[in-house]
Every structure is written in structure tokens, then in C-alpha cells.
Design a protein around this ligand. Structure first.
Ligand code: NAP
Length: 284
């Protein structure tokens, strides 16, 4: 069984980014810059933003954090985004979600210039991805794809089942896998006989947030599992299928699997860093 080690794979990607940035520094070129926008004081959001900022600076890129008060108005937030859109020194913009209830997240995200959309989730970028002419790809779905590729998991002609249909993970992942010539089945909360569908799959990607969504025996012998979820059980962090308890049985049954933690999570942040550098190159 091959462990799809996202931590190690992310490290390799980040190392390549750091090397490219070092070259830019040597040329005394302008450096890639990410603007992080945080509204309010949610502890989890604060820690995500800090981690993104830390990653950016560790790779030699620039990062400005705009921490706005909880009661910031829609107009004030849109005004800041307008300024960042117009700022030639800013290559990527990321608005940390969730936003406080009084703010319209869709309106705010749509206001970001798609050419500075570090998350790759702007509707223009999703549309471009759909047509196969991507500008920048969504971080978690691209992270899943890169993790599979780095581990030489064949996709062409394989039956992949993606469980989840959010625009953040499930749907873009299904599109990317199909573009790699996998035959993709997409499931969601109304899917009947989920286990039976998954038992047919060569590759199962789960992104639901439901603990114990499937049992190890619901997966085909020799299948590949990519567990995207970040759930909790009595042993700590776990996925939809992967947990401390199921890991030994999964290891015996599958040909490859991503652990939780240490699987898709680190890939998401590596892809964000990748996007900042990509946007910079296009911007320049
Ligand atoms: P989401 O927006 O809540 O979407 C969950 C999806 O799962 C929905 O499409 C839902 O179906 C489906 N679903 C729910 N219960 C189901 C069931 N019993 N059977 C089959 N499908 C079911 O969540 P998300 O933002 O996509 O995130 C999914 C998970 O991935 C979460 O655990 C999140 O924390 C994790 N995540 C991890 C990373 C990372 O970097 N590792 C990044 C993003 C998200 P309906 O559409 O029918 O409601």
C-alpha cells in the first residue's frame, strides 16, 4: 500500500517555488505578493490566515494581511478589494471565509479581479477550468490531482467516484479528473446506494465532512482512496473514511490512500503558494 504523503509532496512543490523566488531575488525583480483579507476575529480563520502568511514569507514571497473589524460594512470591504485589484504590486488576493453574516460572500468574492484570484474559485476561473483553458486552478482540487500525479496513480480510463459536489472541492475535482480521462461518477447526499457505487471505483475521492461515510469493506480491493475531509472523532482529526481506527484495515485493502491529517490538507496550501507565483508570472 502506497501512502499518499501530502506533507512530503507539498514540501517538494514549495521547495521549487522557493527556488524560483530566490532567482527573482537575485535579479532584484519585484517579488510575488499575496493580499490576505480577514474580517472579524474567528480564531480558526485567524490561524488559517497566519499559516498562509507564514508559508508565503517562508518561500520568500510578500504577504500583506488586512485584518478588518467584525462590523466592517459591505461597502468598506468592496472598497478595499477595489484598491487591491488596482494595486500593481499585488498579484493574488484571498478573502478568508466565512465572512460575518451581514456580508454577502458571493458579492465579495466576485469583486476580486479573476486575474488576482489566489483561491482559483472565482466564477470566471471555474468557467475557464471547465472549458480546459484554465487561468488558475482551485487549490484543493488541484492539490488532489497533483498528489495523485506525484505518486504515479494512473487516471486515464480509470473509474473515479467523487463523493461531494461543492464548488470548493467535489465539483472541480470531478472536472479535473475527467479532463485527465478518468470516467467520473459524482455522488452527493441524495445518492442512493452510495457504498455500492463506491465499491465499483478504482479511485474514490471523498469530500463530505461525514464521519464513517464508508467502511473499508465498501471499497474495492486495490482501490485508491483520497480522503479530503477534515473531521474529528474521539482519536482526533480524521477523514470521511480514514481514521486512526480504520487505517490498518484500509492499508491492507487499498493500493494507495491519503491520510488525515497529512494528505490533502498540506497540498491545498502548497497549491495556494503555487497560484500566487503563477498569478505573478501572468501579471508580470
Ligand atoms: P460542503 O460544501 O459541506 O459539501 C459537502 C458535500 O458532501 C455536499 O455536496 C453534500 O451533498 C455531500 N454529502 C453530505 N453528506 C453526504 C452523504 N451522507 N453522502 C454523500 N454525500 C454527502 O463541504 P466542502 O466545503 O466541499 O468540504 C468537504 C470536506 O472537505 C469537509 O470536511 C472540509 O473540512 C474538507 N475540506 C478539506 C480541505 C483540505 O484542504 N483538506 C479543503 C476544503 C475542504 P449535497 O450537495 O447533496 O448537500
Amino acid at each position: 500500500m502506497k501512502l499518499l504523503d501530502g506533507k512530503q509532496c507539498a514540501q517538494t512543490i514549495k521547495q521549487q517555488i522557493a527556488e524560483e523566488v530566490t532567482l527573482l531575488q537575485a535579479q532584484a525583480a519585484r517579488l510575488p505578493k499575496l493580499a490576505l483579507v480577514l474580517v472579524g476575529d474567528r480564531e480558526d480563520s485567524l490561524s488559517y490566515v497566519n499559516s498562509k502568511a507564514k508559508n508565503c514569507t517562508k518561500l520568500g514571497m510578500l504577504c500583506d494581511t488586512y485584518h478588518m473589524a467584525e462590523q466592517t460594512s459591505q461597502e468598506e470591504l468592496l472598497h478595499l478589494i477595489g484598491q487591491l485589484n488596482a494595486d500593481a504590486a499585488v498579484d493574488g488576493i484571498l478573502v478568508q471565509l466565512p465572512l460575518p453574516d451581514h456580508l454577502d460572500a458571493d458579492l465579495v468574492l466576485d469583486a476580486v479581479d479573476y486575474r488576482k484570484d489566489a483561491d482559483g474559485l472565482h466564477y470566471v476561473n471555474l468557467g475557464l477550468m471547465l472549458t480546459g483553458h484554465h487561468y488558475v486552478l482551485p487549490c484543493t482540487p488541484n492539490g488532489i490531482l497533483q498528489l495523485l500525479k506525484a505518486n504515479d496513480i494512473p487516471l486515464k480510463g480509470k473509474h473515479a467516484v467523487v463523493v461531494g459536489r461543492s464548488m470548493l472541492v467535489g465539483t472541480p475535482t470531478a472536472i479535473l479528473l475527467q479532463q485527465q480521462h478518468a470516467t467520473v461518477t459524482q455522488c452527493h447526499s441524495r445518492t442512493t446506494r452510495l457504498a455500492a457505487v463506491c465499491s465499483q471505483a478504482d479511485i474514490v475521492v471523498t469530500a463530505t465532512g461525514v464521519n464513517q461515510l464508508l467502511r473499508p469493506e465498501d471499497l474495492k480491493e486495490g482501490a485508491v482512496l483520497v480522503d479530503v475531509a477534515m473531521n474529528h472523532d474521539e482519536d482526533g482529526l480524521c477523514g470521511d473514511v480514514y481514521s486512526k481506527k480504520t487505517a490498518p484495515q484500509l492499508a491492507e485493502r487499498l493500493s494507495a490512500m491519503s491520510p488525515v491529517p497529512g494528505g490533502v490538507g498540506p497540498m491545498t496550501i502548497a497549491m495556494l503558494m503555487h497560484n500566487v507565483l503563477e498569478l505573478y508570472k501572468k501579471h508580470r
